[in-house]
Structure formats: structure tokens, C-alpha cells
Design a protein around this ligand. Structure first.
Ligand SMILES: Nc1ncnc2c1ncn2[C@@H]1O[C@H](COP(=O)(O)OP(=O)(O)O)[C@@H](O)[C@H]1O
Ligand SMILES: CC(=O)N[C@@H](CCC(=O)OP(=O)(O)O)C(=O)O
Length: 295
């Protein structure tokens, strides 16, 4: 534990009061990226932070990723995997592994840590209770050879179309902590792999969450000289995507933030999930640590 005095501990708790009051009975969606799931200590601290939110009358909803964990399992099984437009090309063999890793091992590990910390987590995917319906993702890329735009087939990859809140509202109402793996069902009943940021944005938007926190492995959005941008308007974010400053996995993250703001989520931030107690620092102190995206 810490070596701060009991009086300082009491002061710290007291200083958190206005923050706790601000979020009283509000829903906060926390996206826990696969890269943010660092060592065991950080993961346990993350779980404690989530339980602390629940304890202070906040409704946390965790959406997790697991890209690196999927990659490890696919490699072990000798299945090659490629990305296009930041999304995993997901064939029939791959979707089986994606579901096994996301809804299986990763989901249950997070549930385990939260429950160990005294919470009551319920691990689900977007397939449960018909929570998230998605349509197959269509994307185009510019073919480098011919410079002609062509459609790419991503296989079993989806974009959320509809979020049914029945199950989530029940869980939240009973002070259970939903932990969601980013899988959805298509109209035809197929399982679709959804980018976890996109999934978190859809859930946060449907819940009209007060905050959406995206936990990743960098301090936030970085500028060209790799310096943290503490606040970023939607307009400037779009510029940084267009000029290539924001690339790769940061694109769906920032697009998710823009979507969530449009859906009425009041505050969206990208923070470093590897930092100890990143969630508490962001919500219960005056020291915002990452990038706040605003209208
Ligand atoms: N402007 C930028 N600022 C910060 N990170 C960026 C930027 N552009 C690209 N990135 C990349 O985006 C990555 C985060 O996305 P991703 O790897 O998908 O994370 P996660 O697994 O948490 O979803 C960073 O590690 C970094 O390599
Ligand atoms: C379609 C697609 O790309 N799905 C992602 C789902 C997991 C994810 O998004 O995990 P992170 O948040 O850790 O990146 C994948 O298969 O890797």
C-alpha cells in the first residue's frame, strides 16, 4: 500500500467528493484495449477501479478488446491473419478463434479480476440477449498498383447497426457490472467480429453514457512530434486523420469518439491504460491525463 499519512488519505477521499457527485447514478463506458491489458498488477488495479466506480453509485460498463491476444492464439494455431483499413480480415476459421479468445479467455479473465476485487461482473458478448446487431462491413481501398478504388471483402466483420438495451439495463439496475466482448450477430444469424472501439462507441451512444473512456497503450492522441494533445476538437481531429498524423488503430478510436459525441455522450477521452489507476485519475481528480475530444 501507500506510505501517505491517514490525514492525507482522508483529504484525498474528500477531494474526490465533487467528482463522485458529478457522476452519481451516471453510466460510464470504459473500453479496455488489448494493448492496455498490461501486466497482472495493472489489470488488477484496473479491476479495483471499476469496482470502486460501482461502489460510488456510478454504473460502469466495460467493453474490452483483445487484438494482441487473438494474434497470439492465431499464431499458435498456425493461422495467418491480415488487417485491411485497420480491421482484421476474418474468415470462417478466424471468427471461431476470435470468439473463443474474446468471449472466452479475455472476457473471463477480466470478469475474474473484477469479482476478485469484490464486484459482481457479468461477462457477455454482443450476441447475448440480441444486444448488438451488425451488418457486414464494407470498405474500399485504393489499389496501390492501379490507383483504382476497390472494394475489400473483410469476411465476418461487422459494423453495429442496432443496440438493444434490455439486457444491459437489467444488469445495471441490479448493480451488476457488464463486461462485453465485441461480437455481434448479423441479420442472417452469423457471428461478426467488431472492432472493440467501434463496439464501445455504439454501446456508449445507445446508453447515452456520461463518459466514454478509451484505454490504450499510448498517452492519448500524439501530434507529429509525438507530443500529447490534451484537447482536440472534432474539426481538428478530422484534419489530423486526413493529413496522416492519426493513423492505424488510432483512427477507429478517434472516429468512435466523434460518433459518441454526436450520439450525446458528454465527454470522451483517450487515455493510457497502462498507467496505474488511469480510470480513477481521469474521473476523480482534476488532472485529466489523456486527450479529451470535444465538439
Ligand atoms: N497520432 C497518434 N497518436 C497516438 N497513437 C497513434 C497515432 N497514430 C497512430 N497511433 C497508433 O495507434 C495505436 C493505438 O491503437 P491500437 O493499437 O488499436 O490500440 P488498442 O489495442 O488499445 O485498441 C498506438 O499504439 C499507435 O501506434
Ligand atoms: C474487426 C476487428 O479488427 N476486430 C478486432 C476485435 C478486437 C479488438 O478490437 O481489440 P483491441 O481493442 O485490442 O484492438 C480484432 O479482431 O482484433
Amino acid at each position: 500500500m501507500t506510505d501517505i499519512s491517514p490525514l492525507d488519505q482522508a483529504r484525498i477521499l474528500s477531494e474526490a467528493l465533487p467528482h463522485m457527485q458529478q457522476y452519481d447514478e451516471e453510466t460510464i463506458v470504459i473500453k479496455y484495449g488489448g494493448h492496455a491489458m498490461g501486466d497482472e498488477e495493472t489489470a488488477r488495479n484496473f479491476a479495483r477501479d471499476i469496482v470502486l466506480l460501482e461502489q460510488t453509485a456510478i454504473n460502469p460498463v466495460v467493453v474490452h478488446g483483445g487484438g494482441p491476444q487473438i494474434a497470439t492464439m492465431l499464431k499458435r494455431l498456425g493461422i495467418a491473419s491480415e488487417f485491411a483499413a485497420g480491421l482484421r480480415i476474418t474468415d470462417a476459421a478466424t471468427i471461431e478463434i476470435v470468439e473463443m479468445v474474446l468471449a472466452g479467455s479475455v472476457n473471463k479473465q477480466i470478469v475474474g479480476y473484477i469479482n476478485e476485487a469484490g464486484g459482481k461482473a457479468v461477462g457477455l458478448s454482443g450476441k447475448d440477449g440480441n444486444m448488438v446487431k451488425a451488418s457486414k462491413t464494407t470498405r474500399t481501398i485504393i489499389d496501390p498498383g492501379s490507383n483504382i478504388e476497390k472494394a475489400i471483402d473483410l469476411g465476418f466483420v461487422g459494423d453495429p447497426e442496432k443496440v438493444d438495451l434490455t439486457l444491459l439495463n437489467q444488469l445495471i439496475g441490479y448493480e451488476l457490472i457488464p463486461v462485453l466482448a465485441p461480437l455481434a450477430t448479423s441479420k442472417e444469424g452469423q457471428t461478426l467480429n467488431v472492432n472493440a472501439d467501434t463496439f464501445a462507441g455504439a454501446v456508449a451512444g445507445a446508453l447515452k453514457a456520461k463518459r466514454l473512456l478509451l484505454l490504450t497503450d499510448v498517452p492519448g492522441v500524439l501530434d507529429k512530434s509525438k507530443k500529447l494533445i490534451p484537447q482536440l476538437s472534432v474539426k481538428d481531429a478530422r484534419k489530423l486523420i486526413a493529413d496522416g498524423t492519426i493513423s492505424g488503430g488510432m483512427i477507429p478510436k478517434v472516429e468512435t469518439c466523434i460518433y459518441a459525441l454526436e450520439q450525446g455522450v458528454q465527454g470522451v477521452v483517450i487515455i493510457d491504460g497502462k498507467m496505474q489507476h488511469a480510470v480513477l485519475l481521469e474521473l476523480f481528480t482534476n488532472q485529466g491525463t489523456g486527450t479529451l475530444i470535444h465538439k
